[in-house]
Design a protein around this ligand. Sequence first.
Ligand code: NAD
Length: 454
Amino acid sequence: MDPAVLVQGLRSTFRTGKTRPFEWRKQQLRAMIKMVRANEKALCDAVFKDLGKPPFETIIAELNGVCNVAGEMIQNLPKWMKPQTTAGNVLVFPSTNEIYAEPLGVCLVIAPWNYPALLALEPMIGALAAGNTVLLKPSEISAHTSALLSELIPKYLDTEAVKVFEGGVPETTAVLAQKFDHIFYTGGTAVGKIIMAAAAKHLTPVVLELGGKSPAYVDSVGDYMTVARRMLGGKLLNAGQTCTAPDYVLVQEANADKLIEALKKVVDEFYVGNPEKSADFARIISARQWQRLVDQLDTPQNKKCIVYGGERNEATKYIAPTFLKNVPEDSKLMQEEIFGPILPIQIVRDMHHATEYILERPKPLSLYVFTDKKDVAEHFIHNTSSGSICVNDTVVQVSVAGLPFGGVGDSGMGAYHGKYTFETFSHKKAVCRKVLAFDADIRYPPYTPKKQSI
Ligand code: NAD
Protein backbone atom coordinates (compact mmCIF):
# COMPACT_ATOMS: atom_id res chain seq x y z
CA MET A 1 0.00 0.00 0.00
CA ASP A 2 1.10 3.57 -0.64
CA PRO A 3 2.82 4.80 2.55
CA ALA A 4 1.04 8.15 2.20
CA VAL A 5 -2.30 6.33 2.47
CA LEU A 6 -1.10 4.31 5.47
CA VAL A 7 0.07 7.38 7.32
CA GLN A 8 -3.14 9.25 6.47
CA GLY A 9 -5.14 6.34 7.90
CA LEU A 10 -3.09 6.31 11.10
CA ARG A 11 -3.49 10.06 11.45
CA SER A 12 -7.27 9.83 11.03
CA THR A 13 -7.38 7.13 13.71
CA PHE A 14 -5.29 9.24 16.06
CA ARG A 15 -7.63 12.18 15.54
CA THR A 16 -10.64 10.13 16.63
CA GLY A 17 -9.05 9.99 20.09
CA LYS A 18 -9.53 6.21 20.41
CA THR A 19 -5.85 5.61 21.29
CA ARG A 20 -5.86 7.98 24.27
CA PRO A 21 -7.82 6.17 27.01
CA PHE A 22 -5.94 3.90 29.42
CA GLU A 23 -8.31 1.03 28.57
CA TRP A 24 -7.34 1.04 24.88
CA ARG A 25 -3.63 1.18 25.70
CA LYS A 26 -3.97 -1.67 28.19
CA GLN A 27 -5.89 -3.75 25.66
CA GLN A 28 -3.13 -3.29 23.05
CA LEU A 29 -0.37 -4.17 25.49
CA ARG A 30 -2.24 -7.27 26.63
CA ALA A 31 -2.78 -8.25 23.00
CA MET A 32 0.95 -7.83 22.40
CA ILE A 33 1.73 -10.24 25.27
CA LYS A 34 -0.88 -12.68 23.96
CA MET A 35 0.55 -12.49 20.45
CA VAL A 36 4.09 -13.25 21.64
CA ARG A 37 3.09 -16.03 24.03
CA ALA A 38 0.71 -17.74 21.57
CA ASN A 39 3.29 -17.62 18.79
CA GLU A 40 6.47 -18.23 20.75
CA LYS A 41 7.47 -21.23 18.68
CA ALA A 42 6.74 -19.55 15.35
CA LEU A 43 8.74 -16.50 16.40
CA CYS A 44 11.68 -18.63 17.57
CA ASP A 45 11.58 -20.53 14.27
CA ALA A 46 11.54 -17.33 12.23
CA VAL A 47 14.47 -15.82 14.17
CA PHE A 48 16.30 -19.14 13.82
CA LYS A 49 15.79 -19.09 10.05
CA ASP A 50 17.12 -15.53 9.94
CA LEU A 51 20.06 -15.81 12.32
CA GLY A 52 20.48 -19.44 13.38
CA LYS A 53 19.80 -18.00 16.84
CA PRO A 54 19.30 -20.65 19.53
CA PRO A 55 15.57 -20.60 20.46
CA PHE A 56 16.47 -20.24 24.14
CA GLU A 57 18.35 -17.00 23.30
CA THR A 58 15.31 -15.72 21.40
CA ILE A 59 13.10 -16.49 24.38
CA ILE A 60 15.30 -14.94 27.04
CA ALA A 61 16.80 -12.05 25.09
CA GLU A 62 13.79 -11.12 22.92
CA LEU A 63 10.38 -12.59 23.72
CA ASN A 64 10.52 -12.52 27.52
CA GLY A 65 11.77 -8.96 27.22
CA VAL A 66 8.74 -7.95 25.14
CA CYS A 67 6.26 -9.55 27.58
CA ASN A 68 7.98 -8.14 30.67
CA VAL A 69 8.13 -4.65 29.23
CA ALA A 70 4.45 -4.75 28.19
CA GLY A 71 3.47 -6.08 31.64
CA GLU A 72 5.44 -3.37 33.45
CA MET A 73 3.86 -0.74 31.21
CA ILE A 74 0.35 -1.91 32.07
CA GLN A 75 1.18 -1.73 35.78
CA ASN A 76 2.83 1.67 35.67
CA LEU A 77 0.68 3.46 33.10
CA PRO A 78 -1.98 4.73 35.53
CA LYS A 79 0.78 6.45 37.52
CA TRP A 80 2.71 7.73 34.49
CA MET A 81 -0.40 9.02 32.71
CA LYS A 82 -1.40 11.14 35.70
CA PRO A 83 -0.62 14.84 35.28
CA GLN A 84 2.29 16.00 37.47
CA THR A 85 1.66 19.11 39.53
CA THR A 86 4.21 21.88 39.82
CA ALA A 87 4.33 25.20 41.73
CA GLY A 88 3.05 28.47 40.23
CA ASN A 89 4.31 31.99 40.95
CA VAL A 90 3.04 35.51 41.69
CA LEU A 91 2.40 36.26 38.02
CA VAL A 92 0.00 33.36 37.58
CA PHE A 93 -1.58 33.50 41.06
CA PRO A 94 -4.04 31.92 41.60
CA SER A 95 -3.52 28.94 39.31
CA THR A 96 -2.85 25.23 39.05
CA ASN A 97 0.14 24.13 36.99
CA GLU A 98 0.47 20.65 35.60
CA ILE A 99 2.49 18.60 33.14
CA TYR A 100 0.41 16.31 30.92
CA ALA A 101 1.98 13.35 29.13
CA GLU A 102 0.38 13.87 25.72
CA PRO A 103 0.63 11.31 22.89
CA LEU A 104 2.65 12.62 19.96
CA GLY A 105 0.47 11.25 17.15
CA VAL A 106 1.74 8.96 14.37
CA CYS A 107 5.03 7.26 15.24
CA LEU A 108 7.36 5.45 12.87
CA VAL A 109 9.44 2.57 14.25
CA ILE A 110 12.30 1.37 12.02
CA ALA A 111 13.84 -1.87 13.29
CA PRO A 112 17.15 -3.66 12.62
CA TRP A 113 17.75 -7.36 11.96
CA ASN A 114 19.88 -8.46 14.90
CA TYR A 115 17.11 -8.76 17.53
CA PRO A 116 14.35 -8.65 14.94
CA ALA A 117 11.42 -9.32 17.30
CA LEU A 118 12.53 -7.37 20.37
CA LEU A 119 13.73 -4.26 18.57
CA ALA A 120 10.54 -4.04 16.52
CA LEU A 121 8.09 -4.77 19.35
CA GLU A 122 9.65 -2.97 22.33
CA PRO A 123 9.55 0.50 20.75
CA MET A 124 5.99 -0.27 19.55
CA ILE A 125 5.01 -1.04 23.14
CA GLY A 126 6.25 2.42 24.11
CA ALA A 127 4.38 4.12 21.27
CA LEU A 128 1.09 2.33 22.10
CA ALA A 129 1.49 2.78 25.86
CA ALA A 130 1.85 6.50 25.30
CA GLY A 131 -1.37 6.58 23.23
CA ASN A 132 0.03 6.91 19.71
CA THR A 133 -0.65 5.17 16.43
CA VAL A 134 2.32 3.29 14.94
CA LEU A 135 3.80 2.33 11.61
CA LEU A 136 6.38 -0.46 12.00
CA LYS A 137 9.07 -1.00 9.35
CA PRO A 138 10.87 -4.24 10.26
CA SER A 139 14.24 -5.07 8.71
CA GLU A 140 14.06 -6.72 5.30
CA ILE A 141 17.32 -8.52 6.14
CA SER A 142 15.63 -10.61 8.85
CA ALA A 143 13.01 -11.51 6.24
CA HIS A 144 11.34 -14.43 8.06
CA THR A 145 10.71 -12.44 11.22
CA SER A 146 9.57 -9.43 9.19
CA ALA A 147 7.02 -11.57 7.30
CA LEU A 148 5.77 -13.20 10.50
CA LEU A 149 5.35 -9.88 12.31
CA SER A 150 3.44 -8.46 9.39
CA GLU A 151 1.13 -11.50 9.49
CA LEU A 152 0.64 -11.59 13.29
CA ILE A 153 0.34 -7.93 14.23
CA PRO A 154 -2.95 -7.31 12.36
CA LYS A 155 -4.42 -10.43 14.00
CA TYR A 156 -3.82 -9.16 17.52
CA LEU A 157 -3.49 -5.37 17.53
CA ASP A 158 -5.93 -2.65 16.50
CA THR A 159 -5.59 -2.57 12.71
CA GLU A 160 -6.77 1.03 12.54
CA ALA A 161 -3.94 2.17 14.83
CA VAL A 162 -1.07 -0.18 14.00
CA LYS A 163 0.32 -0.92 10.55
CA VAL A 164 3.31 -2.89 9.36
CA PHE A 165 5.12 -1.85 6.20
CA GLU A 166 7.70 -4.31 4.93
CA GLY A 167 10.56 -3.46 2.61
CA GLY A 168 14.15 -2.39 2.07
CA VAL A 169 15.83 0.88 1.22
CA PRO A 170 13.44 2.15 -1.55
CA GLU A 171 10.35 1.35 0.57
CA THR A 172 11.88 2.93 3.69
CA THR A 173 12.84 5.99 1.67
CA ALA A 174 9.21 6.32 0.51
CA VAL A 175 8.01 5.97 4.12
CA LEU A 176 10.49 8.60 5.29
CA ALA A 177 9.08 11.11 2.80
CA GLN A 178 5.87 11.17 4.91
CA LYS A 179 5.37 13.43 7.88
CA PHE A 180 5.46 11.64 11.23
CA ASP A 181 5.19 12.99 14.73
CA HIS A 182 8.08 10.86 15.94
CA ILE A 183 10.64 8.50 14.42
CA PHE A 184 12.29 5.79 16.49
CA TYR A 185 15.19 4.25 14.56
CA THR A 186 17.46 1.39 15.60
CA GLY A 187 20.38 0.51 13.34
CA GLY A 188 23.77 1.62 12.12
CA THR A 189 25.20 5.14 12.47
CA ALA A 190 25.52 5.80 8.71
CA VAL A 191 21.81 5.10 8.10
CA GLY A 192 21.00 7.05 11.28
CA LYS A 193 22.24 10.17 9.51
CA ILE A 194 19.90 9.46 6.54
CA ILE A 195 16.96 9.04 8.93
CA MET A 196 17.75 12.27 10.74
CA ALA A 197 18.11 14.21 7.47
CA ALA A 198 14.72 12.90 6.28
CA ALA A 199 13.12 13.75 9.64
CA ALA A 200 14.61 17.26 9.57
CA LYS A 201 12.54 18.08 6.45
CA HIS A 202 9.40 17.78 8.59
CA LEU A 203 11.02 18.86 11.88
CA THR A 204 10.12 15.42 13.21
CA PRO A 205 11.82 14.50 16.50
CA VAL A 206 13.95 11.36 16.36
CA VAL A 207 15.37 8.81 18.71
CA LEU A 208 18.40 7.16 17.14
CA GLU A 209 19.53 3.92 18.76
CA LEU A 210 22.82 3.38 16.96
CA GLY A 211 25.91 1.24 17.32
CA GLY A 212 29.67 1.70 17.17
CA LYS A 213 32.70 0.22 18.88
CA SER A 214 32.10 -0.50 22.57
CA PRO A 215 35.43 -0.96 24.39
CA ALA A 216 36.22 -3.16 27.38
CA TYR A 217 39.15 -2.31 29.65
CA VAL A 218 40.57 -5.21 31.69
CA ASP A 219 42.63 -4.20 34.70
CA SER A 220 44.96 -6.51 36.68
CA VAL A 221 42.48 -8.79 38.42
CA GLY A 222 42.60 -11.93 40.54
CA ASP A 223 40.15 -14.00 38.51
CA TYR A 224 40.45 -13.91 34.72
CA MET A 225 38.01 -16.80 34.23
CA THR A 226 35.08 -14.75 35.57
CA VAL A 227 36.18 -11.81 33.40
CA ALA A 228 36.34 -14.12 30.36
CA ARG A 229 32.92 -15.66 31.03
CA ARG A 230 31.26 -12.27 31.42
CA MET A 231 33.13 -10.83 28.45
CA LEU A 232 32.12 -13.69 26.15
CA GLY A 233 28.63 -14.00 27.64
CA GLY A 234 28.03 -10.58 26.03
CA LYS A 235 30.34 -10.90 23.04
CA LEU A 236 29.23 -14.28 21.74
CA LEU A 237 25.50 -13.80 22.38
CA ASN A 238 23.93 -13.80 18.91
CA ALA A 239 27.43 -14.48 17.50
CA GLY A 240 28.56 -10.97 18.34
CA GLN A 241 25.68 -9.29 16.48
CA THR A 242 24.58 -7.28 19.51
CA CYS A 243 24.83 -3.48 19.55
CA THR A 244 26.14 -3.40 23.12
CA ALA A 245 28.60 -6.30 22.71
CA PRO A 246 32.18 -5.51 23.69
CA ASP A 247 33.82 -4.70 20.36
CA TYR A 248 37.48 -4.84 21.47
CA VAL A 249 39.52 -5.21 24.65
CA LEU A 250 42.18 -2.93 26.10
CA VAL A 251 44.58 -4.67 28.47
CA GLN A 252 48.13 -4.28 29.77
CA GLU A 253 50.78 -6.49 28.17
CA ALA A 254 51.51 -8.21 31.50
CA ASN A 255 47.90 -9.42 31.71
CA ALA A 256 47.07 -10.05 28.04
CA ASP A 257 48.10 -13.69 27.85
CA LYS A 258 46.34 -14.60 31.12
CA LEU A 259 43.17 -13.06 29.69
CA ILE A 260 43.55 -14.78 26.30
CA GLU A 261 44.08 -18.18 27.96
CA ALA A 262 40.93 -17.66 30.02
CA LEU A 263 38.94 -16.60 26.93
CA LYS A 264 39.98 -19.77 25.09
CA LYS A 265 38.95 -21.96 28.03
CA VAL A 266 35.58 -20.24 28.21
CA VAL A 267 34.84 -20.89 24.51
CA ASP A 268 35.47 -24.58 25.20
CA GLU A 269 33.28 -24.42 28.28
CA PHE A 270 30.38 -22.63 26.54
CA TYR A 271 30.33 -24.74 23.39
CA VAL A 272 31.65 -28.01 24.77
CA GLY A 273 34.78 -27.96 22.64
CA ASN A 274 33.15 -27.12 19.29
CA PRO A 275 31.14 -23.94 18.61
CA GLU A 276 30.39 -25.09 15.04
CA LYS A 277 28.61 -28.21 16.31
CA SER A 278 26.98 -26.45 19.26
CA ALA A 279 23.28 -25.60 19.01
CA ASP A 280 23.97 -22.66 21.34
CA PHE A 281 26.01 -20.52 18.95
CA ALA A 282 24.25 -18.37 16.32
CA ARG A 283 25.24 -17.78 12.71
CA ILE A 284 25.97 -14.59 10.75
CA ILE A 285 22.81 -12.99 9.36
CA SER A 286 23.72 -12.89 5.65
CA ALA A 287 26.32 -13.94 3.10
CA ARG A 288 27.22 -10.26 2.74
CA GLN A 289 27.90 -9.78 6.44
CA TRP A 290 29.77 -13.11 6.56
CA GLN A 291 32.02 -12.02 3.68
CA ARG A 292 32.64 -8.63 5.32
CA LEU A 293 33.89 -10.33 8.49
CA VAL A 294 35.96 -12.93 6.64
CA ASP A 295 37.59 -10.21 4.50
CA GLN A 296 38.61 -8.40 7.66
CA LEU A 297 40.11 -11.53 9.19
CA ASP A 298 41.95 -12.42 6.01
CA THR A 299 44.04 -9.31 5.44
CA PRO A 300 47.71 -10.35 5.59
CA GLN A 301 48.29 -8.14 8.63
CA ASN A 302 45.26 -9.32 10.59
CA LYS A 303 45.88 -13.00 9.81
CA LYS A 304 49.16 -12.73 11.70
CA CYS A 305 47.36 -11.36 14.76
CA ILE A 306 44.91 -14.28 15.19
CA VAL A 307 45.67 -16.06 18.47
CA TYR A 308 42.56 -18.25 18.50
CA GLY A 309 39.78 -19.22 16.08
CA GLY A 310 39.54 -17.95 12.53
CA GLU A 311 37.65 -21.02 11.23
CA ARG A 312 34.63 -20.40 9.05
CA ASN A 313 32.05 -22.18 6.91
CA GLU A 314 30.55 -20.23 4.04
CA ALA A 315 27.63 -22.60 3.49
CA THR A 316 26.34 -22.24 7.06
CA LYS A 317 27.54 -18.62 7.57
CA TYR A 318 29.57 -19.79 10.55
CA ILE A 319 32.49 -17.85 11.95
CA ALA A 320 34.30 -19.27 14.97
CA PRO A 321 34.84 -17.18 18.10
CA THR A 322 38.11 -15.51 17.11
CA PHE A 323 40.62 -13.54 19.19
CA LEU A 324 43.36 -11.36 17.76
CA LYS A 325 46.18 -9.60 19.56
CA ASN A 326 47.61 -6.20 18.59
CA VAL A 327 45.55 -5.59 15.45
CA PRO A 328 46.91 -2.64 13.39
CA GLU A 329 44.98 0.48 14.28
CA ASP A 330 44.34 1.37 10.65
CA SER A 331 42.72 -2.00 9.93
CA LYS A 332 38.95 -2.07 9.38
CA LEU A 333 38.65 -4.29 12.46
CA MET A 334 39.74 -1.34 14.57
CA GLN A 335 38.08 1.36 12.46
CA GLU A 336 34.53 -0.03 12.09
CA GLU A 337 32.06 -1.75 14.38
CA ILE A 338 32.84 -5.49 14.13
CA PHE A 339 29.35 -6.94 14.77
CA GLY A 340 30.53 -10.54 14.76
CA PRO A 341 32.28 -13.08 17.05
CA ILE A 342 35.70 -11.48 16.57
CA LEU A 343 37.47 -9.85 19.51
CA PRO A 344 40.68 -7.82 19.06
CA ILE A 345 42.81 -7.50 22.19
CA GLN A 346 44.83 -4.30 22.10
CA ILE A 347 47.68 -3.46 24.45
CA VAL A 348 47.67 -0.29 26.55
CA ARG A 349 50.22 0.93 29.10
CA ASP A 350 47.71 1.59 31.89
CA MET A 351 44.20 2.88 32.57
CA HIS A 352 45.18 6.44 31.61
CA HIS A 353 46.39 5.24 28.23
CA ALA A 354 43.12 3.27 27.86
CA THR A 355 41.15 6.42 28.71
CA GLU A 356 43.00 8.47 26.09
CA TYR A 357 42.43 5.72 23.54
CA ILE A 358 38.68 5.76 24.21
CA LEU A 359 38.43 9.56 24.26
CA GLU A 360 40.15 9.85 20.87
CA ARG A 361 37.38 7.79 19.27
CA PRO A 362 33.62 8.38 18.79
CA LYS A 363 31.60 8.11 22.01
CA PRO A 364 30.62 4.44 22.38
CA LEU A 365 27.21 2.96 23.09
CA SER A 366 28.65 1.00 26.03
CA LEU A 367 31.88 0.89 27.96
CA TYR A 368 33.02 -2.04 30.08
CA VAL A 369 35.57 -1.99 32.89
CA PHE A 370 36.79 -5.13 34.62
CA THR A 371 38.57 -4.38 37.87
CA ASP A 372 38.76 -5.28 41.55
CA LYS A 373 39.57 -1.65 42.40
CA LYS A 374 36.89 0.92 43.11
CA ASP A 375 39.07 3.85 42.05
CA VAL A 376 39.68 2.31 38.60
CA ALA A 377 35.93 1.94 38.04
CA GLU A 378 35.32 5.51 39.29
CA HIS A 379 38.07 6.80 37.01
CA PHE A 380 36.29 5.50 33.90
CA ILE A 381 32.85 6.56 35.10
CA HIS A 382 34.03 10.15 35.58
CA ASN A 383 36.54 10.55 32.73
CA THR A 384 34.84 8.98 29.72
CA SER A 385 31.51 9.41 27.93
CA SER A 386 29.33 6.55 26.65
CA GLY A 387 25.65 5.60 26.47
CA SER A 388 26.16 3.26 29.41
CA ILE A 389 29.00 1.89 31.48
CA CYS A 390 29.01 -1.48 33.19
CA VAL A 391 31.62 -2.50 35.73
CA ASN A 392 32.62 -6.18 35.76
CA ASP A 393 30.13 -7.48 33.21
CA THR A 394 28.94 -6.87 29.65
CA VAL A 395 25.52 -6.28 28.02
CA VAL A 396 23.46 -7.09 31.16
CA GLN A 397 23.06 -3.41 32.06
CA VAL A 398 20.45 -3.16 29.28
CA SER A 399 18.15 -5.46 31.26
CA VAL A 400 17.75 -2.96 34.12
CA ALA A 401 14.40 -1.27 33.47
CA GLY A 402 15.28 1.71 35.68
CA LEU A 403 18.36 2.56 33.58
CA PRO A 404 17.88 4.57 30.38
CA PHE A 405 19.13 2.77 27.28
CA GLY A 406 20.57 4.89 24.50
CA GLY A 407 23.72 6.28 23.00
CA VAL A 408 25.53 9.60 23.06
CA GLY A 409 27.28 11.34 20.17
CA ASP A 410 27.89 8.91 17.31
CA SER A 411 26.20 6.05 19.23
CA GLY A 412 22.84 7.78 19.15
CA MET A 413 20.45 10.24 20.77
CA GLY A 414 17.49 9.78 23.06
CA ALA A 415 16.84 6.78 25.27
CA TYR A 416 14.21 4.24 26.25
CA HIS A 417 13.45 1.34 28.62
CA GLY A 418 11.12 1.53 31.60
CA LYS A 419 9.68 4.98 32.24
CA TYR A 420 12.06 6.46 29.65
CA THR A 421 10.17 4.53 26.95
CA PHE A 422 6.89 6.15 27.98
CA GLU A 423 8.53 9.58 28.09
CA THR A 424 10.21 9.10 24.72
CA PHE A 425 6.83 8.62 23.02
CA SER A 426 5.05 11.41 24.97
CA HIS A 427 5.08 15.16 24.78
CA LYS A 428 5.31 16.89 28.15
CA LYS A 429 2.58 19.50 27.75
CA ALA A 430 2.60 22.43 30.14
CA VAL A 431 -0.92 23.21 31.38
CA CYS A 432 -1.48 26.41 33.36
CA ARG A 433 -5.08 26.87 34.58
CA LYS A 434 -6.28 30.25 35.85
CA VAL A 435 -9.71 31.63 36.72
CA LEU A 436 -11.33 34.77 35.31
CA ALA A 437 -12.75 35.80 38.67
CA PHE A 438 -9.53 37.41 39.91
CA ASP A 439 -7.15 39.67 37.97
CA ALA A 440 -4.15 41.60 39.35
CA ASP A 441 -3.64 44.57 37.00
CA ILE A 442 -0.04 45.24 38.08
CA ARG A 443 1.42 43.67 34.94
CA TYR A 444 -0.63 45.72 32.44
CA PRO A 445 0.32 49.12 31.03
CA PRO A 446 0.35 51.91 31.87
CA TYR A 447 3.38 51.13 34.06
CA THR A 448 2.67 53.91 36.54
CA PRO A 449 5.31 54.99 39.10
CA LYS A 450 3.16 53.31 41.75
CA LYS A 451 3.27 49.97 39.89
CA GLN A 452 7.00 50.30 39.30
CA SER A 453 7.64 50.96 42.99
CA ILE A 454 6.11 47.62 44.06
P1 NAD B 1 20.90 -0.77 9.17
O1 NAD B 1 21.31 0.59 9.48
O2 NAD B 1 21.47 -1.40 7.96
O3 NAD B 1 19.31 -0.98 9.02
C1 NAD B 1 18.36 -0.68 10.01
C2 NAD B 1 17.06 -0.32 9.38
O4 NAD B 1 17.24 0.77 8.52
C3 NAD B 1 16.41 -1.43 8.54
O5 NAD B 1 15.01 -1.47 8.82
C4 NAD B 1 16.68 -1.01 7.12
O6 NAD B 1 15.68 -1.41 6.21
C5 NAD B 1 16.72 0.48 7.22
N1 NAD B 1 17.62 1.07 6.24
C6 NAD B 1 18.81 0.57 5.81
N2 NAD B 1 19.36 1.40 4.90
C7 NAD B 1 18.51 2.44 4.74
C8 NAD B 1 18.52 3.62 3.94
N3 NAD B 1 19.53 3.90 3.11
N4 NAD B 1 17.48 4.46 4.04
C9 NAD B 1 16.45 4.19 4.88
N5 NAD B 1 16.39 3.09 5.66
C10 NAD B 1 17.39 2.23 5.59
O7 NAD B 1 21.30 -1.47 10.50
P2 NAD B 1 21.36 -2.96 10.66
O8 NAD B 1 22.52 -3.46 9.84
O9 NAD B 1 20.03 -3.51 10.47
O10 NAD B 1 21.74 -3.11 12.21
C11 NAD B 1 23.05 -3.14 12.65
C12 NAD B 1 23.46 -1.85 13.31
O11 NAD B 1 22.46 -1.46 14.23
C13 NAD B 1 24.73 -1.98 14.13
O12 NAD B 1 25.50 -0.82 13.94
C14 NAD B 1 24.23 -2.05 15.56
O13 NAD B 1 25.15 -1.63 16.51
C15 NAD B 1 23.03 -1.17 15.49
N6 NAD B 1 22.08 -1.51 16.53
C16 NAD B 1 21.86 -0.62 17.53
C17 NAD B 1 21.00 -0.96 18.56
C18 NAD B 1 20.71 -0.02 19.69
O14 NAD B 1 19.73 -0.27 20.40
N7 NAD B 1 21.48 1.02 19.89
C19 NAD B 1 20.35 -2.19 18.54
C20 NAD B 1 20.59 -3.05 17.49
C21 NAD B 1 21.45 -2.70 16.47
